[in-house]
Design a protein around this ligand. Sequence first.
Ligand code: ADP
Length: 486
Amino acid sequence: MKFSIKLVLSTMIVLALALGFSGFYFVNYVFETSLDREVGQALDESSILSFAFETAALNVPLKYSVLPDSVVEEIASKLEMGGQGGGRLLRIADEEKNILYTSGGFTADEGVLAQTDEHTKSYRVIRGQDSYYVHTCVSINALNRILYLETMKDVTGVFTERAMGFSLYRKVTVVILLTGTVIMLFIASFLTKPIRLLTKATRKMAEGDYTYRARQISRDELGQLTGDFNRMANALEENINALEEEIEAREEFMGAFAHELKTPLTAIIGYADMLRSHKMDEEKSIMSANYIYTEGKRLEAMSFRLLDIIVAKQEEAQLQETPVGELFAYLQEMFAEKKDADIRFIHEEAVVRMEANLIKTVLVNLIDNACKASEPVRMPAAGEEDIAADEAAASGGKAGVVEVTGQTVDDGYRIAVRDYGIGIPEAEQGKIVKAFYMVDKSRARSKNGAGLGLALCAEILKIHHSQLQIESKVGEGSCFSFVLAP
Ligand code: ADP
Protein backbone atom coordinates (compact mmCIF):
# COMPACT_ATOMS: atom_id res chain seq x y z
CA MET A 1 0.00 0.00 0.00
CA LYS A 2 1.30 3.47 -0.87
CA PHE A 3 2.63 5.58 1.98
CA SER A 4 0.25 8.45 1.09
CA ILE A 5 -2.75 6.08 1.28
CA LYS A 6 -1.56 4.79 4.65
CA LEU A 7 -1.28 8.41 5.81
CA VAL A 8 -4.82 9.20 4.61
CA LEU A 9 -6.27 6.03 6.14
CA SER A 10 -4.66 6.52 9.53
CA THR A 11 -5.75 10.18 9.64
CA MET A 12 -9.29 9.19 8.68
CA ILE A 13 -9.44 6.48 11.34
CA VAL A 14 -8.33 8.97 14.01
CA LEU A 15 -10.83 11.55 12.68
CA ALA A 16 -13.68 9.01 12.60
CA LEU A 17 -12.95 7.91 16.18
CA ALA A 18 -12.73 11.51 17.37
CA LEU A 19 -15.97 12.49 15.61
CA GLY A 20 -17.74 9.31 16.83
CA PHE A 21 -16.81 9.77 20.47
CA SER A 22 -17.41 13.52 20.54
CA GLY A 23 -20.74 13.12 18.70
CA PHE A 24 -21.91 10.37 21.04
CA TYR A 25 -20.87 12.39 24.09
CA PHE A 26 -22.53 15.58 22.84
CA VAL A 27 -25.89 14.07 21.76
CA ASN A 28 -26.06 12.02 24.96
CA TYR A 29 -25.30 15.07 27.07
CA VAL A 30 -28.19 17.00 25.46
CA PHE A 31 -30.48 13.97 25.92
CA GLU A 32 -29.61 13.52 29.60
CA THR A 33 -30.18 17.21 30.28
CA SER A 34 -33.59 17.17 28.54
CA LEU A 35 -34.61 13.96 30.30
CA ASP A 36 -33.61 15.39 33.70
CA ARG A 37 -35.72 18.46 32.93
CA GLU A 38 -38.70 16.26 31.96
CA VAL A 39 -38.32 14.16 35.12
CA GLY A 40 -38.22 17.35 37.23
CA GLN A 41 -41.36 18.62 35.52
CA ALA A 42 -43.09 15.25 36.04
CA LEU A 43 -42.23 15.25 39.75
CA ASP A 44 -43.38 18.90 40.11
CA GLU A 45 -46.60 18.04 38.33
CA SER A 46 -47.31 15.06 40.59
CA SER A 47 -46.65 17.25 43.66
CA ILE A 48 -49.16 19.83 42.35
CA LEU A 49 -51.68 17.06 41.67
CA SER A 50 -51.31 15.61 45.17
CA PHE A 51 -51.79 19.11 46.59
CA ALA A 52 -54.89 19.59 44.43
CA PHE A 53 -56.18 16.21 45.59
CA GLU A 54 -55.66 17.12 49.23
CA THR A 55 -57.42 20.47 48.67
CA ALA A 56 -60.37 18.78 46.98
CA ALA A 57 -60.59 16.32 49.87
CA LEU A 58 -61.15 19.26 52.25
CA ASN A 59 -64.50 19.92 50.59
CA VAL A 60 -65.89 16.48 51.42
CA PRO A 61 -69.21 16.67 53.40
CA LEU A 62 -68.68 16.65 57.17
CA LYS A 63 -70.53 13.35 57.60
CA TYR A 64 -67.41 11.51 56.43
CA SER A 65 -64.66 11.12 58.93
CA VAL A 66 -62.53 9.10 56.48
CA LEU A 67 -62.34 9.77 52.78
CA PRO A 68 -64.54 7.17 51.08
CA ASP A 69 -63.31 5.32 47.95
CA SER A 70 -66.18 6.81 45.89
CA VAL A 71 -64.96 10.34 46.60
CA VAL A 72 -61.40 9.29 45.79
CA GLU A 73 -62.59 8.09 42.37
CA GLU A 74 -64.58 11.27 41.86
CA ILE A 75 -61.61 13.57 42.66
CA ALA A 76 -59.30 11.39 40.59
CA SER A 77 -61.52 11.54 37.55
CA LYS A 78 -61.71 15.34 37.88
CA LEU A 79 -57.95 15.60 38.12
CA GLU A 80 -57.62 13.29 35.12
CA MET A 81 -59.81 15.58 33.05
CA GLY A 82 -57.86 18.69 33.99
CA GLY A 83 -54.78 17.62 32.08
CA GLN A 84 -53.48 19.39 29.01
CA GLY A 85 -54.97 18.03 25.79
CA GLY A 86 -57.92 16.56 27.69
CA GLY A 87 -56.44 13.78 29.77
CA ARG A 88 -53.88 12.90 32.37
CA LEU A 89 -52.62 9.42 33.00
CA LEU A 90 -52.92 8.69 36.69
CA ARG A 91 -53.61 5.94 39.15
CA ILE A 92 -54.65 6.09 42.80
CA ALA A 93 -53.94 3.39 45.36
CA ASP A 94 -54.94 3.14 49.01
CA GLU A 95 -52.70 2.67 52.06
CA GLU A 96 -52.56 -1.11 51.34
CA LYS A 97 -51.50 -0.23 47.80
CA ASN A 98 -54.73 -1.63 46.37
CA ILE A 99 -55.65 0.20 43.21
CA LEU A 100 -58.68 2.48 43.60
CA TYR A 101 -58.64 4.33 40.33
CA THR A 102 -56.79 3.92 37.00
CA SER A 103 -56.96 6.19 33.93
CA GLY A 104 -57.51 4.49 30.61
CA GLY A 105 -54.12 3.93 28.97
CA PHE A 106 -52.18 3.85 32.26
CA THR A 107 -50.05 0.82 31.47
CA ALA A 108 -47.20 1.06 33.98
CA ASP A 109 -46.57 -1.84 36.35
CA GLU A 110 -46.60 -1.48 40.13
CA GLY A 111 -42.86 -1.44 40.64
CA VAL A 112 -42.65 2.26 41.50
CA LEU A 113 -45.69 2.02 43.76
CA ALA A 114 -44.11 -0.83 45.65
CA GLN A 115 -40.96 1.14 46.46
CA THR A 116 -42.81 4.30 47.62
CA ASP A 117 -43.96 4.98 51.17
CA GLU A 118 -45.74 7.92 52.72
CA HIS A 119 -42.50 9.88 53.14
CA THR A 120 -40.88 9.34 49.74
CA LYS A 121 -41.38 10.24 46.10
CA SER A 122 -40.28 7.78 43.41
CA TYR A 123 -39.95 7.81 39.68
CA ARG A 124 -38.78 5.60 36.85
CA VAL A 125 -38.43 6.10 33.10
CA ILE A 126 -40.36 3.34 31.38
CA ARG A 127 -40.90 2.22 27.86
CA GLY A 128 -44.34 1.71 26.35
CA GLN A 129 -45.01 0.11 23.02
CA ASP A 130 -43.75 3.01 20.86
CA SER A 131 -43.23 5.60 23.52
CA TYR A 132 -41.38 6.50 26.69
CA TYR A 133 -42.82 7.80 29.96
CA VAL A 134 -41.70 9.17 33.31
CA HIS A 135 -43.65 7.16 35.86
CA THR A 136 -43.91 9.00 39.26
CA CYS A 137 -45.46 8.07 42.57
CA VAL A 138 -46.17 10.37 45.58
CA SER A 139 -48.20 9.89 48.74
CA ILE A 140 -51.37 11.95 49.51
CA ASN A 141 -52.61 12.69 52.98
CA ALA A 142 -56.33 13.29 52.60
CA LEU A 143 -58.96 13.12 55.29
CA ASN A 144 -57.32 10.57 57.57
CA ARG A 145 -56.15 8.43 54.67
CA ILE A 146 -52.79 7.87 53.08
CA LEU A 147 -53.21 7.35 49.37
CA TYR A 148 -50.69 6.98 46.56
CA LEU A 149 -50.92 9.01 43.38
CA GLU A 150 -49.06 7.69 40.31
CA THR A 151 -48.67 9.67 37.08
CA MET A 152 -47.26 8.89 33.64
CA LYS A 153 -45.74 11.73 31.62
CA ASP A 154 -44.95 11.12 27.96
CA VAL A 155 -41.26 11.87 27.22
CA THR A 156 -41.06 10.18 23.82
CA GLY A 157 -40.02 13.52 22.29
CA VAL A 158 -36.73 13.49 24.23
CA PHE A 159 -35.89 10.01 22.96
CA THR A 160 -36.91 10.92 19.42
CA GLU A 161 -34.65 13.97 19.61
CA ARG A 162 -31.77 11.77 20.72
CA ALA A 163 -32.34 9.36 17.80
CA MET A 164 -32.50 12.33 15.41
CA GLY A 165 -29.35 13.79 16.95
CA PHE A 166 -27.50 10.50 16.41
CA SER A 167 -28.75 10.18 12.85
CA LEU A 168 -27.79 13.78 12.03
CA TYR A 169 -24.39 13.31 13.60
CA ARG A 170 -23.84 10.12 11.58
CA LYS A 171 -24.63 12.00 8.36
CA VAL A 172 -22.38 14.94 9.32
CA THR A 173 -19.60 12.48 10.22
CA VAL A 174 -19.88 10.72 6.86
CA VAL A 175 -19.79 14.07 5.00
CA ILE A 176 -16.82 15.29 7.07
CA LEU A 177 -14.99 12.00 6.51
CA LEU A 178 -15.60 12.07 2.75
CA THR A 179 -14.48 15.70 2.37
CA GLY A 180 -11.64 15.04 4.82
CA THR A 181 -10.48 12.08 2.72
CA VAL A 182 -10.37 14.20 -0.44
CA ILE A 183 -8.50 17.01 1.34
CA MET A 184 -6.14 14.53 3.04
CA LEU A 185 -5.40 12.89 -0.33
CA PHE A 186 -4.18 16.26 -1.63
CA ILE A 187 -2.22 16.98 1.55
CA ALA A 188 -0.66 13.49 1.63
CA SER A 189 0.23 13.75 -2.04
CA PHE A 190 1.89 17.14 -1.38
CA LEU A 191 3.69 15.89 1.75
CA THR A 192 5.00 12.74 0.08
CA LYS A 193 6.17 14.49 -3.10
CA PRO A 194 9.81 14.67 -1.85
CA ILE A 195 9.67 10.89 -1.25
CA ARG A 196 8.40 10.32 -4.80
CA LEU A 197 11.15 12.55 -6.21
CA LEU A 198 13.75 10.68 -4.14
CA THR A 199 12.41 7.32 -5.31
CA LYS A 200 12.62 8.47 -8.93
CA ALA A 201 16.22 9.63 -8.40
CA THR A 202 17.16 6.33 -6.74
CA ARG A 203 15.63 4.37 -9.62
CA LYS A 204 17.44 6.52 -12.20
CA MET A 205 20.74 5.97 -10.39
CA ALA A 206 20.07 2.23 -10.14
CA GLU A 207 19.61 2.27 -13.92
CA GLY A 208 23.06 3.83 -14.28
CA ASP A 209 22.22 7.53 -14.65
CA TYR A 210 24.60 8.91 -12.00
CA THR A 211 24.05 12.52 -13.09
CA TYR A 212 20.36 12.55 -12.07
CA ARG A 213 19.57 14.49 -8.89
CA ALA A 214 16.38 14.68 -6.81
CA ARG A 215 14.72 18.10 -6.78
CA GLN A 216 14.70 19.63 -3.28
CA ILE A 217 11.28 21.22 -2.74
CA SER A 218 11.16 21.66 1.03
CA ARG A 219 13.40 22.53 3.93
CA ASP A 220 11.97 20.05 6.43
CA GLU A 221 13.46 16.65 7.34
CA LEU A 222 12.53 15.26 3.91
CA GLY A 223 14.19 18.26 2.26
CA GLN A 224 17.32 17.58 4.32
CA LEU A 225 17.17 13.92 3.33
CA THR A 226 17.00 14.97 -0.34
CA GLY A 227 19.99 17.27 0.17
CA ASP A 228 21.95 14.46 1.84
CA PHE A 229 20.95 12.05 -0.91
CA ASN A 230 22.17 14.50 -3.58
CA ARG A 231 25.45 14.98 -1.71
CA MET A 232 25.83 11.21 -1.54
CA ALA A 233 25.05 11.00 -5.27
CA ASN A 234 27.71 13.68 -5.97
CA ALA A 235 30.30 11.71 -4.01
CA LEU A 236 29.24 8.51 -5.78
CA GLU A 237 29.43 10.18 -9.18
CA GLU A 238 32.88 11.58 -8.38
CA ASN A 239 34.10 8.16 -7.26
CA ILE A 240 32.67 6.46 -10.32
CA ASN A 241 34.19 9.10 -12.62
CA ALA A 242 37.54 8.71 -10.84
CA LEU A 243 37.30 4.93 -11.22
CA GLU A 244 36.42 5.26 -14.90
CA GLU A 245 39.31 7.67 -15.41
CA GLU A 246 41.62 5.27 -13.63
CA ILE A 247 40.48 2.36 -15.77
CA GLU A 248 40.96 4.50 -18.89
CA ALA A 249 44.40 5.62 -17.66
CA ARG A 250 45.35 1.99 -16.99
CA GLU A 251 44.24 0.93 -20.46
CA GLU A 252 46.19 3.84 -21.98
CA PHE A 253 49.17 2.88 -19.85
CA MET A 254 49.01 -0.76 -20.97
CA GLY A 255 48.75 0.29 -24.62
CA ALA A 256 51.66 2.71 -24.35
CA PHE A 257 53.69 0.20 -22.34
CA ALA A 258 53.17 -2.52 -24.95
CA HIS A 259 54.14 -0.03 -27.67
CA GLU A 260 57.26 1.15 -25.82
CA LEU A 261 58.31 -2.45 -25.26
CA LYS A 262 57.72 -3.39 -28.86
CA THR A 263 60.01 -0.74 -30.37
CA PRO A 264 63.25 -1.67 -28.58
CA LEU A 265 62.40 -5.38 -28.66
CA THR A 266 61.88 -5.30 -32.44
CA ALA A 267 65.24 -3.61 -32.86
CA ILE A 268 66.98 -6.03 -30.48
CA ILE A 269 65.44 -9.13 -32.11
CA GLY A 270 66.14 -7.75 -35.62
CA TYR A 271 69.82 -7.01 -34.96
CA ALA A 272 70.33 -10.22 -32.98
CA ASP A 273 68.81 -12.17 -35.88
CA MET A 274 71.09 -10.42 -38.30
CA LEU A 275 74.10 -11.23 -36.13
CA ARG A 276 73.26 -14.90 -35.87
CA SER A 277 72.12 -15.51 -39.43
CA HIS A 278 74.50 -13.38 -41.56
CA LYS A 279 78.17 -13.23 -41.62
CA MET A 280 78.88 -9.55 -41.37
CA ASP A 281 82.02 -7.52 -41.41
CA GLU A 282 83.35 -6.37 -38.06
CA GLU A 283 82.11 -2.80 -38.35
CA LYS A 284 78.50 -3.89 -39.01
CA SER A 285 78.71 -6.49 -36.27
CA ILE A 286 79.86 -3.84 -33.78
CA MET A 287 77.13 -1.48 -34.97
CA SER A 288 74.48 -4.20 -34.53
CA ALA A 289 75.77 -5.14 -31.09
CA ASN A 290 75.76 -1.46 -30.25
CA TYR A 291 72.10 -1.13 -31.21
CA ILE A 292 71.26 -4.18 -29.15
CA TYR A 293 73.17 -2.69 -26.21
CA THR A 294 71.55 0.78 -26.39
CA GLU A 295 68.04 -0.57 -26.87
CA GLY A 296 68.65 -3.05 -24.03
CA LYS A 297 69.84 -0.20 -21.84
CA ARG A 298 66.73 1.76 -22.73
CA LEU A 299 64.58 -1.19 -21.71
CA GLU A 300 66.52 -1.47 -18.48
CA ALA A 301 66.11 2.26 -17.74
CA MET A 302 62.41 1.97 -18.54
CA SER A 303 61.92 -0.96 -16.20
CA PHE A 304 63.75 0.91 -13.40
CA ARG A 305 61.54 3.97 -13.92
CA LEU A 306 58.41 1.81 -13.91
CA LEU A 307 59.54 0.21 -10.68
CA ASP A 308 60.13 3.69 -9.21
CA ILE A 309 56.59 4.74 -10.21
CA ILE A 310 55.06 1.61 -8.68
CA VAL A 311 57.04 2.16 -5.46
CA ALA A 312 56.08 5.87 -5.39
CA LYS A 313 52.41 4.98 -5.83
CA GLN A 314 52.53 2.68 -2.81
CA GLU A 315 54.73 4.95 -0.72
CA GLU A 316 53.40 6.33 2.55
CA ALA A 317 54.67 9.87 3.00
CA GLN A 318 57.46 9.96 5.61
CA LEU A 319 57.97 13.71 5.51
CA GLN A 320 60.83 15.16 7.50
CA GLU A 321 61.94 18.70 8.19
CA THR A 322 64.75 19.26 5.68
CA PRO A 323 66.86 22.40 5.19
CA VAL A 324 66.46 23.42 1.55
CA GLY A 325 70.18 24.30 1.47
CA GLU A 326 71.07 20.59 1.72
CA LEU A 327 68.85 19.78 -1.25
CA PHE A 328 70.35 22.51 -3.42
CA ALA A 329 73.91 21.58 -2.40
CA TYR A 330 73.26 17.99 -3.50
CA LEU A 331 71.85 19.10 -6.89
CA GLN A 332 74.69 21.57 -7.46
CA GLU A 333 77.22 18.83 -6.82
CA MET A 334 75.39 16.34 -8.99
CA PHE A 335 75.18 18.62 -12.02
CA ALA A 336 78.63 20.19 -11.52
CA GLU A 337 80.07 17.88 -14.18
CA LYS A 338 77.39 18.75 -16.75
CA LYS A 339 79.31 21.10 -18.97
CA ASP A 340 76.84 21.37 -21.87
CA ALA A 341 74.30 23.37 -19.84
CA ASP A 342 74.55 26.46 -17.72
CA ILE A 343 72.61 25.45 -14.59
CA ARG A 344 72.10 28.23 -12.05
CA PHE A 345 70.88 27.51 -8.54
CA ILE A 346 69.30 30.32 -6.47
CA HIS A 347 67.36 29.63 -3.28
CA GLU A 348 66.03 31.21 -0.13
CA GLU A 349 67.01 29.36 3.03
CA ALA A 350 64.13 27.51 4.70
CA VAL A 351 63.28 24.27 6.44
CA VAL A 352 60.60 22.33 4.55
CA ARG A 353 58.77 19.08 5.30
CA MET A 354 59.61 16.60 2.55
CA GLU A 355 60.97 13.18 1.76
CA ALA A 356 64.33 14.54 0.60
CA ASN A 357 65.37 11.56 -1.56
CA LEU A 358 62.11 11.61 -3.49
CA ILE A 359 62.19 15.39 -4.03
CA LYS A 360 65.77 15.00 -5.27
CA THR A 361 64.50 12.45 -7.83
CA VAL A 362 61.84 14.97 -8.96
CA LEU A 363 64.37 17.76 -9.36
CA VAL A 364 66.96 15.56 -11.11
CA ASN A 365 64.26 14.60 -13.65
CA LEU A 366 63.10 18.18 -14.16
CA ILE A 367 66.67 19.51 -14.53
CA ASP A 368 67.49 16.64 -16.91
CA ASN A 369 64.44 17.46 -19.05
CA ALA A 370 65.30 21.18 -18.97
CA CYS A 371 68.85 20.41 -20.14
CA LYS A 372 67.54 18.16 -22.92
CA ALA A 373 65.07 20.84 -24.00
CA SER A 374 67.85 23.46 -24.00
CA GLU A 375 70.13 21.48 -26.29
CA PRO A 376 70.04 22.94 -29.83
CA VAL A 377 67.87 20.90 -32.25
CA ARG A 378 70.52 21.18 -34.91
CA MET A 379 73.59 23.24 -35.58
CA PRO A 380 72.80 26.28 -37.76
CA ALA A 381 74.08 25.74 -41.28
CA ALA A 382 76.09 28.37 -43.05
CA GLY A 383 73.92 31.39 -43.75
CA GLU A 384 71.45 30.48 -40.94
CA GLU A 385 73.19 32.40 -38.19
CA ASP A 386 70.34 34.89 -38.24
CA ILE A 387 67.88 32.07 -37.28
CA ALA A 388 70.11 31.10 -34.36
CA ALA A 389 70.28 34.75 -33.47
CA ASP A 390 66.44 34.94 -33.52
CA GLU A 391 66.19 31.96 -31.14
CA ALA A 392 68.71 33.53 -28.82
CA ALA A 393 66.74 36.78 -28.88
CA ALA A 394 63.47 34.96 -28.05
CA SER A 395 65.12 33.51 -24.96
CA GLY A 396 66.34 36.95 -23.93
CA GLY A 397 69.90 35.87 -24.50
CA LYS A 398 69.56 32.99 -22.02
CA ALA A 399 69.60 30.06 -24.46
CA GLY A 400 71.12 27.01 -22.77
CA VAL A 401 70.54 28.43 -19.29
CA VAL A 402 68.59 26.38 -16.74
CA GLU A 403 67.53 28.16 -13.55
CA VAL A 404 66.66 26.20 -10.44
CA THR A 405 65.06 28.48 -7.84
CA GLY A 406 63.59 28.03 -4.39
CA GLN A 407 61.59 30.67 -2.59
CA THR A 408 59.10 30.99 0.27
CA VAL A 409 55.57 31.79 -0.93
CA ASP A 410 52.22 32.30 0.82
CA ASP A 411 51.21 28.65 0.75
CA GLY A 412 54.62 27.05 1.37
CA TYR A 413 57.95 26.73 -0.43
CA ARG A 414 58.05 26.89 -4.23
CA ILE A 415 60.77 25.17 -6.22
CA ALA A 416 60.96 25.90 -9.96
CA VAL A 417 63.09 24.64 -12.82
CA ARG A 418 63.17 27.04 -15.74
CA ASP A 419 64.70 26.57 -19.14
CA TYR A 420 64.83 28.69 -22.29
CA GLY A 421 64.64 25.72 -24.63
CA ILE A 422 62.20 24.42 -27.19
CA GLY A 423 59.06 24.80 -25.05
CA ILE A 424 55.94 22.65 -25.14
CA PRO A 425 52.85 23.31 -27.29
CA GLU A 426 49.85 24.26 -25.13
CA ALA A 427 47.79 21.26 -26.27
CA GLU A 428 50.52 18.88 -25.06
CA GLN A 429 51.08 20.46 -21.67
CA GLY A 430 48.30 18.49 -19.96
CA LYS A 431 49.43 15.17 -21.40
CA ILE A 432 53.15 15.09 -20.72
CA VAL A 433 52.74 13.88 -17.13
CA LYS A 434 51.04 10.72 -18.44
CA ALA A 435 53.27 7.67 -18.52
CA PHE A 436 55.02 7.05 -21.87
CA TYR A 437 53.90 10.39 -23.30
CA MET A 438 56.55 12.19 -25.31
CA VAL A 439 55.98 15.34 -27.34
CA ASP A 440 58.59 14.50 -29.90
CA LYS A 441 59.07 10.72 -29.73
CA SER A 442 62.16 10.47 -31.91
CA ARG A 443 63.88 13.35 -30.10
CA ALA A 444 62.95 11.88 -26.69
CA ARG A 445 64.11 8.38 -27.65
CA SER A 446 67.33 9.73 -29.10
CA LYS A 447 67.99 11.14 -25.61
CA ASN A 448 67.12 7.81 -23.98
CA GLY A 449 63.72 9.05 -22.84
CA ALA A 450 60.68 6.82 -22.41
CA GLY A 451 58.13 9.37 -21.25
CA LEU A 452 58.17 8.12 -17.65
CA GLY A 453 60.13 10.85 -15.84
CA LEU A 454 57.27 13.33 -15.36
CA ALA A 455 54.82 10.53 -14.47
CA LEU A 456 57.22 9.56 -11.67
CA CYS A 457 57.51 13.24 -10.59
CA ALA A 458 53.71 13.52 -10.46
CA GLU A 459 53.41 10.40 -8.27
CA ILE A 460 56.11 11.66 -5.87
CA LEU A 461 54.47 15.09 -5.61
CA LYS A 462 51.10 13.44 -5.00
CA ILE A 463 52.42 11.87 -1.80
CA HIS A 464 53.64 15.35 -0.82
CA HIS A 465 50.09 16.64 -1.44
CA SER A 466 51.44 18.81 -4.25
CA GLN A 467 51.39 18.83 -8.05
CA LEU A 468 53.42 19.97 -11.00
CA GLN A 469 52.63 23.40 -12.48
CA ILE A 470 53.72 23.79 -16.08
CA GLU A 471 54.14 27.12 -17.86
CA SER A 472 55.59 26.92 -21.32
CA LYS A 473 55.72 28.63 -24.69
CA VAL A 474 57.04 27.05 -27.83
CA GLY A 475 60.42 28.52 -28.70
CA GLU A 476 60.66 30.45 -25.43
CA GLY A 477 61.12 27.70 -22.88
CA SER A 478 59.33 26.11 -19.96
CA CYS A 479 58.99 26.45 -16.24
CA PHE A 480 58.11 23.37 -14.12
CA SER A 481 57.33 24.20 -10.51
CA PHE A 482 55.68 22.81 -7.39
CA VAL A 483 54.90 24.08 -3.91
CA LEU A 484 55.67 22.08 -0.77
CA ALA A 485 53.36 22.83 2.13
CA PRO A 486 55.14 24.31 5.18
P1 ADP B 1 61.34 11.53 -20.95
O1 ADP B 1 61.92 10.35 -20.33
O2 ADP B 1 60.94 11.38 -22.36
O3 ADP B 1 62.07 12.81 -20.65
P2 ADP B 1 59.33 12.74 -19.30
O4 ADP B 1 58.13 12.17 -18.72
O5 ADP B 1 60.34 13.31 -18.37
O6 ADP B 1 59.94 11.64 -20.22
O7 ADP B 1 58.88 13.87 -20.30
C1 ADP B 1 57.84 13.62 -21.19
C2 ADP B 1 57.94 14.49 -22.41
O8 ADP B 1 57.69 15.84 -22.03
C3 ADP B 1 59.31 14.53 -23.00
O9 ADP B 1 59.46 13.50 -23.92
C4 ADP B 1 59.34 15.90 -23.66
O10 ADP B 1 58.78 15.77 -24.95
C5 ADP B 1 58.45 16.74 -22.82
N1 ADP B 1 59.20 17.61 -21.89
C6 ADP B 1 59.51 17.38 -20.61
N2 ADP B 1 60.17 18.42 -20.05
C7 ADP B 1 60.31 19.34 -21.03
C8 ADP B 1 60.93 20.62 -21.09
N3 ADP B 1 61.52 21.19 -20.04
N4 ADP B 1 60.85 21.29 -22.28
C9 ADP B 1 60.24 20.73 -23.37
N5 ADP B 1 59.65 19.52 -23.35
C10 ADP B 1 59.68 18.82 -22.21
